[in-house]
Ligand binder design. Structure first.
Ligand code: NDP
Length: 310
């Protein structure tokens, strides 16, 4: 259950910063945390991504100071707030030319795309890859970034409007997986060769089909569960389907230290500033309407990024 509560903030301690939010990013992970799929100690704040202004810093904080425009997409939940005290190590400065709204809409989703396509399975120019939920927040950023790298991206999306939107954001082909068997379509589009990597954030409902799309020794990058968690399976299936690899990555492990966080956010900001990746904020809600935003996200009504305004 989500409820609005007034809390006293106090002063930031060593290594912390007090940040006043200007825009907050909505992410699918927020729904997993709210529902209990990803258990958290209760009561807890919610929300992983936001932008704002630093109001105060604790001892030892050097990389940001009061007045700086900052954003974050990892760390402890609590972004659904007007202001909060948090670990300053997860904050990066927002470069000039990028609005607070865009920063709040891109940090978690964009750094996820960065690590997935450059570090989990580094794509190469000329390859064909499959990326599910192509019209979503992560999906629209991924299509544009893959296209900029010269990769032929096949996307999946639910319904004709989303197919059209994904096609306008870098995907060479988009399969409506609510109407067609996407594994068969991938076989057709690749002349039965399959793809070297599937980026799958849908989980339960796409698991078998995604394995079927892979070339021998291909990679299944299972990074989310929008349709529910993948059920347990026997590892032998990976052998039977062609000596496949499986990884279940998360952004936290790919931005575990300051160096990785800075490199990831720098690469993202560079893509956005170059104009090759546009951040599409297709829904804006007042923070007090977060419940409705969750309903819309979970019922597949949203496309691109969604922000909440405190
Ligand atoms: P999206 O905007 O992509 O929303 C999720 C989309 O999933 C929906 O719009 C819908 O698109 C699709 N979907 C397919 N089946 C279902 C279903 N049964 N119920 C609901 N949605 C469904 O969300 P985000 O961009 O915030 O995140 C995308 C995914 O990436 C999520 O699964 C998220 O958990 C994951 N993620 C993982 C990270 C990691 O590091 N591991 C980090 C960031 C995100 P359609 O109607 O087109 O099918």
């Amino acid at each position: 259950m989500m409820a609005w509560e007034e809390v006293k903030l106090g002063k930031p301690k060593k290594g912390q910063a007090l940040i006043r939010h200007t825009a907050i990013g909505l992410n699918y992970v927020d729904t997993y945390q709210r529902s209990g799929m990803y258990p958290m100690p209760m009561p807890s704040g919610l929300g992983m991504e936001a932008a704002g202004v630093v109001e105060a810093v604790g001892a030892g904080v050097k990389h940001v100071k009061p007045g700086d425009r900052v954003a974050y997409g990892s760390g402890a939940p609590g972004a659904y707030s007007e202001a909060r005290i948090m670990d300053a190590a997860t904050l990066v400065k927002i470069p000039r030319g990028i609005s607070d709204e865009a920063a709040a809409a891109m940090m978690l989703k964009g750094m996820t795309v960065e690590y997935l396509i450059r570090r989990t399975y580094p794509v190469k120019k000329g390859q064909t890859v499959l990326f599910h939920a192509a019209a979503g927040g992560v999906g629209l950023i991924a299509g544009q970034w893959l296209n900029a790298l010269g990769v032929r991206a096949i996307g999946t999306a639910g319904g004709p409007a989303k197919v059209k939107l994904a096609k306008a954001h870098g995907y060479a082909e988009v399969i409506d997986y609510t109407k067609k068997d996407f594994a068969k379509e991938v076989a057709r589009l690749t002349k039965n060769a399959g793809v070297p990597v599937v980026y799958d954030s849908i989980g339960q409902s796409t698991w078998n089909g995604s394995l079927d799309c892979l070339q021998p020794r291909g990679y299944l990058v299972s990074f989310g569960n929008a349709s529910g968690p993948v059920e347990s399976f026997a590892p032998g299936i990976l052998g039977a389907k062609g000596s496949l690899y499986l990884t279940r990555p998360s952004l936290v492990a790919y931005t575990a230290n300051r160096k990785e966080l800075e490199a990831s956010s720098k690469a993202l900001f560079a893509m956005v500033k170059s104009g090759k990746v546009k951040i599409e904020i297709n829904q804006t809600y007042a923070l007090k309407d977060a419940k409705q935003a969750h309903k819309d996200l979970e019922s597949r009504k949203t496309t691109g990024s969604t922000i909440l305004i405190p």
